[in-house]
Design a protein around this ligand. Structure first.
Ligand SMILES: *Cc1c(COP(=O)(O)O)cnc(C)c1O
Length: 481
C-alpha cells in the first residue's frame, strides 16, 4: 500500500500489486444459504466453499501468493533428503532471524506438538500474553496448563492502545517469583490471534526477555502472525520509527530462544518450522521431526511450498507488502465504527473482529453469541466468518463451560485476496444485520467433540430464529441475493 494522497481528500488503501489470476465466485441465494448452513450443523467450518461467497474464515493457507512465489515453485528440488530447496529455505531463515538451526514441520500446531513434548511435563505452567487454541491444546495434552498475563487493555473492546497484545510485566514478574520453578518457558504470541490480531511492542518483548534471563527460562515466540506485528511496531512504536522491517525482525529474533511459526500465515505459503540458536534445544527436538513430520530436510512440507515460503519470507521484509492486511482491516473497522457496529479497536492484523457480546446482547454466553452471529452473517451475506468465543473453549472436566473473555465474530481478510468493493459488501450486510440483531437467536450443540470442538462440532438453533431472519431479508431485499 502506498501513501498516496487523494485529491478529494478521501482516504482508502491503494494496492501496490495487480491481480493476474482470478477465481470465479458463487453467491448462493438466501434460501440456499439457509439450506447449506443447516446441512453444515450451523458450524461455518463445515460449509463447503461452493456455498461460500467471500471466505473470511481465516488467513491460514489462503493468502494470495506473488508471481515470484509461484515462479519459485517450479524450481523446487524434489528429494527425500538433502534437498537444495531445504538449504535455500534455511539460508533465508538464518539471514532474516539470525538463527543457526531450523527444524521444518508441516504447520504451526506441529511445531507446538514438538515444543510441548520436549519442554512441558505434568504440572507445568506456561505463562503467555494470550493462548491460541492449538497451543493450549498441545500444552494441556502434555499435562501442563497455560496462564495468560495479558496487559489489562488487551481485553478492552474499544481502545486506542497501540499494543494490546503486550504482556503484563509486573504480573509476569510476580508470577515468576511465586511459581517460576514450574515454568518450562514463557511464550509470546505476535499479532495475538484470539484477541483481535493485536500486537506487542518491541519494548515489551525485551522486558519479557529480561525476566526470562533473570529466571533462566527460554523465551518462545509464536511468530505465525509476525508480519502484522512487524508493521505495527514500525508505525506505532516511537523508538522503532527509524528501524527497517529487517532490523526490527532481527531485534525480535535476538530476544527469543525459540521461534516457531505457521507458514500458512507467515510467508503466504503452507508449512511451518522452529528456529533457534540453541544447540541443546535443537538436539532435544530433532528426533521428533522424523517421528511426527518427515525427514529433517522437509518435515512434512512439499518442496514447492518451501520454495514459495523462502520467497514469501523475503517479501515479508517489504513494508509495502505487509501493510496491505492491516490497512484494509483499518478501513473496514472505520466503516463499521461509522455504522455504529461494535468492533474491536484499534484495528489489528488478520481481520476485523466484531464484538458479538454487544452485537447480540440479548443472548447469554451459553447460547454462543459469536457462533450465532457467524451463522447470521452467513445467512445475510454468504460471507463465512469464524467464531472466536466460548465455542472455541473446552469444557472443564466436570462438564461446565469455560466462558470466553471475549465473544468475537472474526471476519478474516486474507492478504491480497479481496477487493474494496467486496469489503464494502460485507460492511453493508453487517449493517443490515445489526439493524435486525434482535432476530438473532442462540445455538446449542447436537454433537460435541471433547477436544477442539469448534472445528467439527454440530449445532442447532434454539428456536426458529433463522426462518424469521431469512423472511426479513427477503422483505428488505426482495428477489435480490
Ligand atoms: C494459526 C496459528 C497457529 C497454528 O498454526 P497451523 O498452521 O494452523 O497449525 C499457531 N499460532 C498462531 C498464533 C496461529 O495464528
Amino acid at each position: 500500500m502506498a501513501n498516496v494522497k487523494f485529491y478529494t481528500g478521501e482516504q482508502i488503501p491503494l494496492e501496490m500489486h495487480k491481480v493476474r489470476i482470478i477465481q470465479r465466485l458463487n453467491l448462493p441465494n438466501v434460501d440456499e444459504r439457509l439450506e447449506a448452513i443447516t446441512q453444515a450443523g450451523n458450524n461455518t467450518f463445515l460449509l463447503s466453499t461452493e456455498h461460500v461467497f467471500l471466505d473470511m474464515l481465516t488467513d491460514s493457507g489462503v493468502n494470495a501468493m506473488s508471481d515470484r512465489q509461484q515462479a519459485a515453485m517450479f524450481l523446487a528440488d524434489d528429494a527425500y533428503a538433502g534437498s537444495q530447496t531445504f538449504f535455500r529455505l534455511s539460508k533465508k531463515i538464518k539471514e532474516i532471524f539470525g538463527t543457526e538451526h531450523f527444524l521444518p514441520a508441516h504447520q504451526g500446531r506441529a511445531c507446538e506438538n514438538l515444543i510441548s513434548r520436549t519442554f512441558v511435563k505434568q504440572g507445568d505452567i506456561v505463562p503467555m500474553n494470550y493462548h491460541f487454541t492449538t497451543t493450549k491444546a498441545h500444552i494441556t495434552e502434555m499435562g501442563g496448563d497455560v496462564v495468560e498475563l495479558l496487559c489489562p487493555e488487551g481485553l478492552e473492546v474499544t481502545s486506542d492502545d497501540p499494543f494490546k497484545g503486550n504482556m503484563d510485566i509486573p504480573a509476569l514478574q510476580s508470577f515468576m517469583e511465586e511459581k517460576g520453578d514450574k515454568v518450562p518457558f514463557i511464550r509470546m504470541e505476535a499479532g495475538t490471534n484470539l484477541i483481535g490480531g493485536q500486537p506487542f511492542s518491541l519494548e515489551n518483548l525485551e522486558q519479557v526477555r529480561d525476566i526470562c534471563r533473570q529466571y533462566g527460562v527460554p523465551l518462545v515466540l509464536d511468530a505465525s502472525l509476525l508480519a502484522d506485528n512487524l508493521y505495527f511496531i514500525k508505525v506505532r512504536e516511537e523508538q522503532c520509527k527509524y528501524l527497517s522491517i529487517r532490523e526490527i525482525t532481527r531485534r525480535i529474533a535476538d530476544a527469543c530462544d525459540l521461534i516457531y511459526f505457521s507458514a500458512r500465515k507467515l510467508g503466504c505459503a503452507r508449512g511451518g518450522g522452529i528456529c533457534t540458536n540453541n544447540e541443546e534445544y535443537y538436539r532435544l527436538m530433532r528426533p521428533l521431526v522424523p517421528l511426527f513430520e518427515g525427514f529433517l530436510t522437509y518435515g512434512g512440507m512439499s518442496v514447492r511450498e518451501m520454495e514459495a515460503l523462502t520467497v514469501g519470507l523475503e517479501e515479508t521484509m517489504d513494508e509495502e507488502m505487509i501493510n496491505q492486511g492491516p490497512l484494509y482491516i483499518e478501513h473496514m473497522v472505520d466503516k463499521l465504527v461509522e455504522a455504529g457496529i461494535p468492533v474491536i479497536t484499534p484495528g489489528g492484523g488478520l481481520g476485523c473482529h466484531v464484538d458479538a457480546l454487544k452485537f447480540c446482547d440479548h443472548l447469554t454466553q451459553e447460547e454462543y453469541p459469536a457462533g450465532a452471529l457467524a451463522v447470521a452473517m452467513y445467512l445475510a451475506s454468504g460471507c463465512r466468518g469464524m467464531e472466536r468465543g466460548t465455542m472455541s473453549e473446552q469444557r472443564r472436566p466436570d462438564g461446565s463451560e469455560v466462558l470466553s473473555n471475549m465473544e468475537l465474530l472474526r471476519l478474516a481478510l486474507p492478504r491480497r485476496v479481496f477487493t474494496l468493493s467486496q469489503v464494502k459488501y460485507a460492511v453493508d450486510r453487517l449493517t443490515w444485520l445489526y439493524e435486525n440483531r434482535q432476530l438473532i437467536g442462540g445455538l446449542r450443540f447436537t454433537e460435541e467433540p471433547e477436544v477442539l470442538r469448534f472445528f467439527y462440532g454440530r449445532l442447532e438453533p434454539t428456536s426458529d430464529w433463522q426462518q424469521a431472519l431469512v423472511a426479513k431479508f427477503k422483505a428488505d431485499f426482495g428477489d435480490s441475493l
